[in-house]
Design a protein around this ligand. Sequence first.
Ligand SMILES: NC(=O)c1ccc[n+]([C@@H]2O[C@H](COP(=O)([O-])OP(=O)(O)OC[C@H]3O[C@@H](n4cnc5c(N)ncnc54)[C@H](OP(=O)(O)O)[C@@H]3O)[C@@H](O)[C@H]2O)c1
Length: 283
Amino acid sequence: MKRSAAHLQVIVITGASDGIGAELAVQLAARHRSSLALVLAARNEERLQMVARTCKRYGSACLIVRTNVASESECKHLIRSAVEQFGGIDILINNAGRTAQASFTERRDLGWHQELMRVNYWGSVWCTHAALPHLRESRGKILTIGTHASLTGVAGASAYSASKAALSAFYQCLRDELCGSGVAVLMAYPHNVATHLQDHAFLSTGVLGASGRGSRLMPASECALRILHGMEKNQSRIMLRRTDRLTHWLYLLAPRFANRLQRLWHREADDTTQQGNSLHPHH
Ligand SMILES: NC(=O)c1ccc[n+]([C@@H]2O[C@H](COP(=O)([O-])OP(=O)(O)OC[C@H]3O[C@@H](n4cnc5c(N)ncnc54)[C@H](OP(=O)(O)O)[C@@H]3O)[C@@H](O)[C@H]2O)c1
């Protein structure tokens, strides 16, 4: 089915096999039904099939492209496949990402830090570069999932926050470059969302592993709903909670005070961890 013939809206989502990406796909399908074509990308094809089955039940067309975004050629292949199948792209959602819970001082090896940059930073940049000519043509949107942690700084998250802060700076500049082109450049800054992100976190040793579940987590469905709301309104910075907006402003206006508050907050969180269930902030 080609986009021009069927007036399809074509949306590419990376990291669509789980968590926020899968929720975005399903909620978009529920809204736009047969006027939507989704291109779902991630490494786990079986899980992508499951997400696609749900989306197809709403009448949306789905293409699955197994993609490791840490590879430039696979990112190019993803975009090429979307255009070949549906004739263009209206929205690119750069959502694929990994996290890390690791004190920099304890790290023995920095290899995984580079891998994290490839997934979180280069994965988005490569997809964006390949999709840009098509997004210019459609006067489309680029939505990238950052993290609130990159705006504030959190102990143990230097690698993760840096990869997302780099994205934030990159897309701010791109937004400026694309001003007047009709392409909207949007970034969402979620915080503490209940997904499997922590289960695949890089730890100090470089080993992958679950690093705890936390309380005060926003359900992935609510996170996706708020992101889509921001995307519809073309908000360049999509903050999910009022407190996130407040802390962001506090960091800009009174950074030392905000830092002290954050350390206090984390000390409380650590105490909670020791007292009962583990609490690791999700980023
Ligand atoms: N959960 C939170 O609290 C939170 C907060 C702020 C920001 N975020 C951001 O939200 C985004 C989605 O995370 P999530 O919380 O939904 O975590 P998740 O449940 O672990 O989902 C991560 C998704 O990214 C995909 N992915 C990971 N590495 C990939 C790679 N190399 N190539 C292609 N796809 C890859 C995974 O699929 P495969 O394993 O199948 O490849 C999965 O679909 C991430 O960018 C994350 O940094 C999450």
